[in-house]
Ligand binder design. Sequence first.
Ligand SMILES: Cc1cc2nc3c(=O)[nH]c(=O)nc-3n(C[C@H](O)[C@H](O)[C@H](O)COP(=O)(O)OP(=O)(O)OC[C@H]3O[C@@H](n4cnc5c(N)ncnc54)[C@H](O)[C@@H]3O)c2cc1C
Length: 253
Amino acid sequence: MNIIVCAKQVVDISEMKIDNSTNKPILSGLNKKVNEIDKNAVEEAIKIKDANGGKITVLTVGEADAKERMKELLAMGADEGILINPPENMDYAMLTNILAGAIRKIDGFDLIICGEASTDMFSGQVGPRIAGILDLPQITYAQKITVEKDKINAERNLGDMVVTMESPYPVLVSVTKEINEPRLPSLMQILSSASKPIQDWTIESLDVIVESKVKTIDLQGVSTDRKNIIYKDDSEDNIQKLVDNLAKDGVLR
Ligand SMILES: Cc1cc2nc3c(=O)[nH]c(=O)nc-3n(C[C@H](O)[C@H](O)[C@H](O)COP(=O)(O)OP(=O)(O)OC[C@H]3O[C@@H](n4cnc5c(N)ncnc54)[C@H](O)[C@@H]3O)c2cc1C
């Protein structure tokens, strides 16, 4: 089973502050990390590999410093990494053309796993777009995957219902956070990951058209003013007031 996991390096938005004078998020100096759900994607790939054999390739479009984060995924159990430096003004179409071009170049893959969405941009477009470009079947929002010899079976989490689907290989699956608990690599695994390869590929080597179509015009923080209503005890009266206020704000119906 040859598995490709698309993993993004994101800024740690839990550290992000908003500049009060401009209302813009302050992005400089923020720590970077692996998109959390992409660790779930790698964990699932490792489980599949452990049961069926094969190889796991982690694919990232990101700046050179993404290599440090990719090493965490190699320490978890992925076999190799491929890092592609992004072009200027990369939009979703460019990114997914680059990822699809790199996947085409990887020989004989069976399964591509993406996260359902990234924690910073959260468009949820990348997996479905790659499947579209490569003309592959796709199963999105998988919360459980069962791998069989000729097909994959996945439970899709649709919020208020679960849909079970199956597909032959090759197939692209996007996973949710609920699918598993990513492992923490041991010290030995961290040390031995240093010998696992991370190749640098250039966009020129991929034979893809990279043309920007969507521009980010502005980026504004959303202010979350608190109402500071405090209910001092859990009397019937206060509980009723809380319920009424939540209903008034549209939280409860
Ligand atoms: C270095 C860099 C520079 C950028 N510059 C610009 C810019 O100038 N203008 C602009 O509008 N946008 C820019 N972007 C954003 C970019 O175009 C995409 O919008 C974004 O990377 C993907 O959208 P998303 O995070 O909403 O993906 P989602 O669809 O929410 O992510 C779902 C899944 O797709 C996969 N994935 C997503 N991104 C990557 C990636 N980079 N590598 C590997 N797998 C991935 C992961 O599996 C992830 O879990 C930049 C992104 C990067 C990494």
